[in-house]
Design a protein around this ligand. Structure first.
Ligand SMILES: NC(=O)CC[C@H](N)C(=O)O
Length: 388
């Protein structure tokens, strides 16, 4: 017998379906992702911290999960929703089924609801908070939820602390600096970790960089003390206006090092320079967002996961380099004077197409161009000028 479950939104809408994954209850911001594959990368991307993710593609889990596709050391989604989850994993790379994985890591799920209706609601009204609850919590797997119980679940969703207005960095960032294993020892990159996906560091490592991952809270002078040749500012969850210390650090480092910002890193760069961000109605989450590269005129099909965006008209010191063809929002920018650039989307894919991998190579070229001429740590002299 299937166990009953509900998803109750803060506006009182109730979706009745069946329990999946870990048994229990969970509250979060309900968002949707349109990627057809990549559920494991999505669940383990720290940028989803605080969110219940609804997959629009109706069948999830058929190729299982494995240790290689993890984007961090555990899932971060607060809940996972699909029309139907596969009970079998049919792929030689599979080591577990999606259900086993969700149970192991305590991810509460629901299936059998009309995900199309739910997604349409979010698209029309914007993201909402919601609660998923499984019937066994209320006594029995076939328990039919009463009006009072549903109202209590609705209030729980409403009362949950929003993602906006709090800094989630301490919850996802590494507490201590560490070296990411690489086989070569090329130029040294410091990676500011706001909840980094493994695929980003793996792409940098593949280019031969030496990588030191530091907590997002690391101040500018400590970063410079590591004598880096470049700086990567990672993706991460939450409201980009909240980690104010990061704006200050990035502002201090601006121009000292070739810098590449990805997603949250892009937003932090814009804010550090005096630009503005805003919360989008329902964000961009999927693996087929068309982005126009304004420098080449080419279109890239990109992987995306963000709920905030940089206001294109607020840019200070940066010029737009990429725009989203669906809604015209800013997707990339470059500094007017320094080798500092960033994208709102995910060049590392994981999941998604590899159209934008060239950006990692561009970062390598920027680092080489910046340091290549003299071979001296130019940034150190500049740091002295900046007094850090
Ligand atoms: N993937 C990310 O880095 C997300 C950035 C930010 N938390 C947003 O939702 O817009």
């Amino acid at each position: 017998m299937k166990e009953r479950a509900v998803l109750v939104l803060e506006d009182g809408t109730v979706y009745r379906g069946y329990a999946f994954g870990a048994r229990g209850k969970t509250v979060g911001e309900v968002v949707f992702n349109t990627a057809q594959t990549g559920y494991q990368e999505i669940m383990t991307d720290p940028s989803y911290h605080g969110q219940i993710v609804v997959m629009t593609y109706p069948h999830q889990g058929n190729y299982g999960v494995n240790v290689y596709d993890m984007q961090s050391n555990r899932p971060w989604v607060r809940g996972f929703v699909a029309k139907e989850f596969s009970r079998v994993a049919s792929n030689p790379r599979a080591q577990q089924t999606i259900g086993e994985f969700m149970e192991f890591y305590g991810v509460v799920g629901i299936e059998g609801i009309d995900t199309r209706a739910l997604v349409r609601k979010i698209r029309e009204g914007g993201v909402l908070k919601g609660t998923i609850a499984h019937a066994s919590l209320f006594g029995a797997p076939d328990h039919a939820f009463t009006e009072e119980e549903l109202e209590a679940l609705r209030r729980e969703a409403q009362a949950w602390t929003d993602i906006d207005g709090r800094d989630m960095t301490p919850e996802v960032s590494t507490p201590l600096p560490y070296a990411w294993p690489t086989l070569k020892s090329g130029r040294r990159i410091v990676v500011m970790d706001f909840g980094i996906k493994h695929a980003i560091v793996e792409n940098l490592a593949a280019l031969g960089f030496e990588l030191i991952v530091v907590p997002g809270k690391t101040p500018a002078h400590q970063i410079m003390a590591l004598e880096p040749h470049g700086l990567l500012i990672s993706n991460g969850p939450g409201d980009p206006t909240m980690p104010r210390y990061a704006h200050e650090t990035i502002w201090k480092l601006m121009g000292l090092l070739p810098t590449f910002g990805i997603c949250l890193g892009h937003q932090l760069l814009a804010l550090a320079a005096g630009g503005r961000t805003f919360k989008m109605k329902f964000g961009h989450r999927g693996a087929n967002h068309p982005v126009k590269n304004l420098q080449t005129g080419k279109i890239e099909i990109t992987s995306q996961n963000h709920g905030y965006a940089v206001d294109i008209d607020s840019l200070k010191d940066f010029r737009p380099t990429h725009v989203n063809l669906n809604d015209g929002t800013l997707e990339g920018m470059a500094h007017a004077r320094y080798p500092v650039f960033s994208v709102q989307y995910h060049p590392e894919a994981a999941p998604g197409p590899h159209d934008a991998l060239y950006l990692f190579r561009r970062f390598l070229e920027e680092v080489e161009a910046f340091h290549g001429a003299t071979g001296l740590p130019v940034e150190k002299q500049r740091a002295d000028q900046h007094g850090i």
